[in-house]
Design a protein around this ligand. Structure first.
Ligand code: IMP
Length: 198
């Protein structure tokens, strides 16, 4: 089965492909099949945004489309950056480093540093039906960045029960415990139940 990933993020593509390739599921980026749409993420939940992205790309491609909407939820910041994780700080933040530096500044002096990454996956099929999953990975916001791997907020996200950030883990270690790894494996089960794969 071939799925088009409603995203321009090559790291997401790699994480999804690494986990789903053994099922014979091929995932291609929307750009690889000539689709250049930027879907406005107007939803208030990760699940709504994942659906909006997958639905738009499925319509444009005429084939099943999968989208992941994910982000970081920080308890001491009332759930921010949440669905705004990719755009946190607006024009004031030009890249991932500036976004996590802003978050670290907002966390200064906060005692409760608990946080979680959430990943919501939605696959929309041309007949309109959907297969979805959502999982999270618990952790805490560190006081300073550490590690070179991964992307986004990985350098400041300490994994619960460990002393390391997600950016200090290898790709395989991250896939085993990450929100996206868990959501993709749950998604795999749901695809099986749906009959889309054996
Ligand atoms: P999306 O493309 O709208 O789902 O944006 C998700 C944003 O959440 C990314 O741009 C990152 O800032 C953050 N994020 C999601 N998953 C991860 C992860 O695995 N590591 C670090 N940051 C992540």
């Amino acid at each position: 089965m071939k799925l088009v990933l409603a995203s321009k993020n090559k790291k997401k593509l790699k994480e999804m492909t690494d986990i789903l390739q053994h099922l014979g599921v091929e995932i291609v980026l929307q750009s690889e099949i000539g689709i250049d749409i930027d879907v406005e993420e107007t939803g208030t939940t990760f699940a709504e945004n994942a659906f909006l992205k997958a639905e738009a790309v499925c319509k444009a491609a005429g084939m099943p489309a999968i989208a992941d909407d994910s982000g970081l939820v920080v308890d001491a910041l009332d759930g921010r950056p949440g669905v705004y994780s990719a755009r946190y700080g607006g024009d004031k933040c030009a890249d991932d480093i500036q976004r996590y530096e802003l978050l670290l500044a907002e966390m200064e002096g906060k005692e409760n540093r608990s946080a979680r990454f959430v990943s919501s996956i939605c696959c929309v099929f041309p007949d309109g039906h959907t297969v979805t999953s959502e999982e999270c990975c618990e952790g805490y916001i560190t006081c300073s960045p550490a590690g070179e791997n991964g992307f986004g907020y990985d350098p400041i996200f300490g994994v619960a029960g460990t002393e390391v950030t997600m950016a200090q883990m290898t790709e395989d270690e991250k896939n085993l415990i990450s929100h996206r790894g868990k959501a993709i494996r749950a998604f795999e089960e749901k695809l099986r139940k749906d009959g889309a794969i054996c």
